[in-house]
Design a protein around this ligand. Structure first.
Ligand SMILES: [Zn+2]
Length: 91
């Protein structure tokens, strides 16, 4: 199942996580953008050590989930383990 659009595809490569290059690029671009925002929030929380500082991190994640819901996307966990190059077993 594609991590971006949820399409079910025939698996020819065990490491395949997306149905198309379009979905892979869209997912990775969003992950980079969100990662940069999270980096800033986590570093600020850790370095400044202000009470309640982690709330900014969880608020960001909530925003991401709201964005995904509005766009009809759903978070799908990684099935590809980059360390082994193999698909994880489904639980
Ligand atoms: Zn897709």
């Amino acid at each position: 199942m594609c991590r971006e659009c949820g399409a079910v595809y025939t698996v020819t490569d065990l490491a395949q996580e997306f149905c198309s290059p379009f979905c892979r690029v869209a997912w990775n671009n969003r992950a980079r953008l969100r990662g940069a925002k999270l980096y800033e929030a986590v570093m600020t929380w850790r370095v400044l050590r202000q009470p309640g500082g982690f709330a900014a991190v969880t608020a960001l994640v909530s925003d991401f989930l709201d964005e995904d819901r509005a766009a009809g996307r759903r978070w799908r966990p990684r099935t590809f383990n980059p360390k082994t190059g193999r698909r994880e077993r489904r639980k």
